[in-house]
Design a protein. Structure first.
Length: 131
């Protein structure tokens, strides 16, 4: 089936970044663990893509011009079926607090030798998980 799916596309062999914001609900209470989770796809059955996430919590009244904290990058081997969704999870080191806005940088480290994917990496979904 052919579908027209809107995705963020990271070009092969090129470093690329995409930024987003996520809000921690004001009534959430104490956050002990926060994860950035996203789903990727690729039109390939072999190869690996290199991904990293960086984050920064921003409270109301603070600037978005902040320094980001990087989470260790991951080399993700694509599934053996083209366009099969692969879920990737990054755990934020310092848990955010209720009512924070989290600035998230998605980084495709396409120029690293570990990135062997012969096609573009496509980001199809992203969200945060709080516990």
């Amino acid at each position: 089936t052919n579908i027209d799916l809107e995705v963020i596309e990271f070009l092969k062999d090129v470093d690329g970044k995409f930024y987003g914001l996520a809000h921690i609900p004001s009534n959430y209470g104490t956050v002990t663990t926060a994860k950035v989770i996203f789903d990727i796809i690729a039109n390939a059955t072999t190869g690996a893509t290199r991904l990293q996430v960086s984050t920064a919590p921003i409270a109301e009244g603070e600037t978005v011009n902040v320094s980001l904290t990087a989470i260790t990058g991951q080399t993700i081997t694509v599934p053996g079926t083209a366009y099969l969704i692969k879920r990737v999870t990054f755990t934020i080191a310092a848990a955010p607090v209720a009512d924070d806005i989290i600035l998230i940088e998605f980084f495709h480290e396409g120029t690293l030798a570990a990135d062997t994917l012969a096609v573009n990496t496509q980001l199809v979904n992203a969200y945060m998980e709080l516990t």
